[in-house]
Ligand binder design. Structure first.
Ligand code: MLT
Length: 199
């Protein structure tokens, strides 16, 4: 997969996953705010939709192609493994930081792969799927940041995901932001505090 890797000075690796129409450079600055010392693996989604990069296909806005979602989730998982071999980062200390479509593929990992992530910061996520049980480890820590009037990723879907994680005894924090789909600087500061406490 097309990606940027930057070696850091601590043992954590931030896996950056952009939103629809973005690329691997989009979240570098946000990653730097959250943990300026971490390694960074920033990946470009392999799917094109009218020229826009995505991590998996959708049938229409908000309706995911679940077969492709599964395939791309496994592909991304395989890529993280390969990258950890190639660059020598600790595979057990990977924390995803995904926005929108990137948050949705990171969310999908929680349903498909037990040990893929040490943590997941999901910015404006939706409920990635309802046809599968969560398989993620109980100790994978999840942060969900939801916009109260997000018109692209409906806030009730972010809440549904958080409630679902909670109901299965997963560690999850849901933070409401008085915002639409765009991120705010303040929420990044809240995430940074949470990150420092947890990793
Ligand atoms: C998705 O397709 O993952 C969501 O609708 C969010 C987005 O538009 O990227």
């Amino acid at each position: 997969m097309i990606h940027i890797y930057k070696k850091g000075t601590n043992k954590n690796t931030l896996l950056l996953l952009h939103g629809t129409g973005g690329d691997e450079s989009d979240l570098l600055e946000i990653g730097r705010i959250i943990d300026p010392e971490a390694n960074v693996l920033s990946v470009r989604g392999n799917v094109k939709e009218g020229g826009m990069n995505r991590f998996f296909r959708r049938l229409s806005p908000g309706v995911f192609d679940l077969e492709d979602l599964e395939k791309r989730t496994q592909e991304l998982y395989g890529f993280i493994d390969e990258a950890s071999e190639k660059y020598g980062f600790d595979r057990d200390r990977v924390i995803a930081l995904g926005y929108s479509n990137g948050a949705n593929i990171a969310g999908s990992m929680l349903f498909s792969i037990k040990n893929a992530l040490w943590g997941a910061i999901l910015l404006r996520p939706m409920m990635p799927r309802r046809d599968k049980e969560l398989v993620v480890n109980d100790n994978t820590k999840v942060f969900i940041s939801a916009g109260t009037f997000d018109s692209i990723c409906p806030p009730e879907e972010s809440k549904e995901l958080a409630d679902h994680l909670k109901s299965k005894n997963k560690e999850v924090r849901l933070e409401w932001v008085n915002a639409n789909h765009s991120l705010t600087y303040n929420e990044l500061l809240v995430i940074r505090d949470w990150y420092i406490q947890n990793f």
